[in-house]
Design a protein around this ligand. Structure first.
Ligand code: GAP
Length: 447
């Protein structure tokens, strides 16, 4: 993980937030290449749900919802972690994860194991961030930053029945920021207090819930494989009954083998009609679906694939990170699926003269209409290749002396390091072809 954190900082992918003020625990800022990478992750998620299906529609709901939302959803009463304080070192720990904590005193031990540790009784701590709206701070002005995007979908369910002309089974998908006052954030962007979720609530007739649960488990697992995650680093793990959230009658996690071990990447849950029932009761609105032909009415059941955009980005980074030896030097390379790579192609004139920069810029102009490309003329060609390898650019296009004579360029492949000559007139089509070809991680089976 340390190597990935350091590469991310060095190459402008992800930085610790507010660093000039000493940082603020577990907040991160995405730099230029990180924005491009995470945007690609989210775009692939939207593609799989919206573009490649016709039974899912999109939503972007507000972060601050009516406070009754969180009463109805159960978050106000039950979205808590057990917390203990140490009276000696003043640190806070999750009572159920003491084995992951570190005592503040030297020699550092697990909380509770040091000679001076003085832990309080465990008490429940609500993870929702609270703030107030409007100029007067009284009880009625208290609101919460959403701890999941899902509830915004349930609040809008009625609108979707009316305008979208969809009937169950259909889904509403949303991507956006969620906030949790995690007691022990950490492991880079794996657990933060402010993070992005990609969630879909799929509303189904109650007797179809089991079959759609199976469908979405497989479909979401396959999505990561298709984007190049190695199969031996990915698994589906069903929750034990004592792990289930208050709303769930069945949950499976897609887990990835991060450098910190197997951890949750995405959860697929059977939420039943819990949420619609609660919101119907608290809002006194009828949220039933009514079939206009048969007159049948029911509260749909919900299957929810809930993924984290940051955790997915981190998994793709971990899976892609590699080092190899070239000419006696260690090369760091991100072997990202081309669809996820922040930059698809770099255009590099071999020298800064003889018409090469002009020809390279001409190519850049043509390619940028189709894909994210970058121009770089600074430094030795080998160092420029390495810079592109470090951000995962799959192809580097070099304009050289021969290019000026016969309008061909070399295309260097990030993974195989092969270079082939391609006519400039065929370059865009060739890159399009490569971008859409099936792809497998060259790291598969290597470790
Ligand atoms: N609506 C259901 C729900 O929110 P969750 O398992 O709590 O379920 C879904 O969250 C996903 O959101 C997780 O699988 C994870 O990828 C991401 N996530 C949750 N908490 C996070 C945190 N503190 N930092 C980064 N990602 C987080």
């Amino acid at each position: 993980m340390d190597k990935i954190v350091s590469l991310c900082k060095r190459r402008g992918i992800i930085f610790p937030s507010s660093e000039i003020y000493g940082g603020i625990g577990s907040s991160y800022d995405y730099g230029h290449y990180g924005v491009l990478l995470k945007n690609n992750v989210k775009a692939e998620w939207w593609r799989a749900l919206l573009q490649e299906r016709d039974d899912v529609v999109a939503l972007d709901s507000a972060i601050i919802q009516h406070p009754r939302t969180w009463e109805a959803s159960g978050h106000l009463a039950g979205f808590t972690d057990p917390l203990v304080d140490c009276r000696t070192c003043k640190r806070r720990y999750r009572a159920d994860k003491l084995e992951d904590g570190q005592c503040g005193e030297k020699p550092s031990k697990r909380p509770g194991q040091g000679p001076n540790c003085d832990l309080t009784e465990s008490r429940n701590f609500n993870l929702m961030f609270q703030t107030t709206v409007g100029p007067v701070q009284d009880e009625g002005s208290t609101v919460f930053l959403r701890p999941e995007t899902a509830q915004g979908i349930f609040l809008n369910f009625k609108h979707y029945l009316q305008f979208s002309r969809k009937k169950p089974p259909f889904g509403i998908a949303q991507v956006g920021k969620s906030f949790r006052n995690e007691i022990t954030p950490g492991n880079f962007v794996f657990r933060m207090r402010e993070f992005e979720q990609m969630e879909m609530e799929f509303f189904v007739p109650p007797d179809e819930a089991d079959q759609w649960y199976e469908f979405w488990k497989q479909s979401r697992y396959d999505w990561y494989l298709k984007l190049g995650i190695r199969e031996d680093h990915l698994r589906l793990r069903p929750h034990d009954p004592d792990e289930l959230s208050h709303y769930s009658s069945g949950t499976s996690d897609v887990e990835y083998l991060y450098p910190i071990g197997w951890q949750e990447l995405e959860g697929i849950a059977k939420r039943g009609d819990f949420d619609l029932t609660q919101h119907a009761e608290f809002s006194r609105q009828n949220l039933e679906y009514v079939d206009t032909t048969s007159g049948e009415r029911y509260l749909p059941h919900v299957i929810e694939p809930a993924a984290g955009a940051d955790r997915a980005t981190l998994a793709f980074l971990c899976d892609a990170y590699d080092e190899d030896q070239i000419d006696g030097d260690t090369r760091t390379v991100l072997r990202l699926h081309p669809a996820l790579a922040p930059v698809k192609a770099a255009v590099l004139p071999l020298v800064k003269k003889d018409g090469q920069p002009e020809m390279a810029r001409e190519i850049l102009t043509e390619l940028r209409e189709r894909m994210q490309v970058e121009y770089d003329e600074g430094g030795a060609i080998g160092r420029r290749y390495r810079r592109q390898d470090e951000i995962g650019t799959p192809w580097s296009i070099t304009v050289d002396h021969q290019s000026i004579q016969d309008r061909t360029v070399t295309v260097r492949d990030r993974d195989s390091l092969t270079q082939v000559r391609v006519a400039i007139s065929e370059l865009a089509a060739e890159l399009d072809r490569r971008l859409h070809a099936p792809w497998q991680s060259p790291k598969l089976g290597a470790d």
